[in-house]
Design a protein around this ligand. Sequence first.
Ligand code: FAD
Length: 309
Amino acid sequence: MKKIIVIGCGISGLSSAILLRRQGHQVHIVAERLPPQTTSDKAAAFWSPYYINDDRAAGWAIESYYEYKKWAYDRRSGVRLTELHRFGRGDDFGHAAWFRAIPEGIMRPLSERDLPCAYDFGWALTVPLIETQLFMPYLMEQFLGLGGTIEVRRIEQLNSLQNDGDLVVNCSGLAARQLADDELVKPVKGQIVMLDMQLPLPILLDEQEPTYLVQRSDGLLVGGTREEGVYTETTDEPALQDILRRAAVLQPQVMQARRLTQWAGLRPWRPHVRVERSGNLIHNYGHGGSGFTLAWGCAREVVRLAEEW
Ligand SMILES: Cc1cc2nc3c(=O)[nH]c(=O)nc-3n(C[C@H](O)[C@H](O)[C@H](O)COP(=O)(O)OP(=O)(O)OC[C@H]3O[C@@H](n4cnc5c(N)ncnc54)[C@H](O)[C@@H]3O)c2cc1C
């Protein structure tokens, strides 16, 4: 049994902490912000490999897919399997790494009849939808139930914790840019509108813009934007209007719906997700727009790295 400190209580920190605790390690989370105040709480959070460009990440996506299937057995988790329709134009129907990240047998091409008129092709996939407003508190409860501990504290330097445990796991998301002095980590801002609507819809996704509609139990979540290098976490009305205009191509009723709320979050993007060990420090950050899609595969990798140390 090792004494392990996990920095961060977003999806990367919680998934790593839970799997480490299940292996019998003594695990303590230290985080500046807890759910519902992390970036993870702001995600649309459907399983979908987004800008995944290497085989390692493709493997993590598949491992995570099967892990969510297990969480979906507990209705309190806020995880369920649902259909995703992913549309595209021209011949950009998915690159090789994207296809390698899709588990076998979960995908079929959509027929022309199922395509909105602006699109040339589409895929239907059965994927996990993770309602973050339920899943994040549920995961914290699971971790505490396993005997893990959580402390709210801002860390100024990674090495300030290195004498407090055998291992430190850095799951600080975008803050890794400063904490790990890693200039490859950059924000990619996304904006979302939540509408007062309940429709029997699959998740609808145009990844190129990106535009997506996600029916959650608390409203219809409509996104999004991809604003590279932007650090402000505020929404702006022209962007929200543009999101709704694009979403109306996929589902015209969105224009009539009452708006419940809106928010913006910063995806912690990096050209390649960093899961690696350096001495008694394990990094797990840089998941961009795929933090939920990759979380459990990355967390298993963290466990492997912890056990070989
Ligand atoms: C609008 C939007 C939509 C998205 N949709 C999806 C989607 O559909 N599917 C998907 O898979 N992904 C999606 N994502 C991406 C996903 O949200 C992120 O990849 C994921 O949340 C990253 O999780 P994380 O735990 O690494 O970081 P975070 O959630 O940011 O957590 C970081 C943690 O580290 C702590 N921390 C940071 N600095 C310090 C410090 N100095 N001291 C102590 N603690 C610190 C924070 O307080 C926090 O607890 C979306 C993101 C956005 C913004």
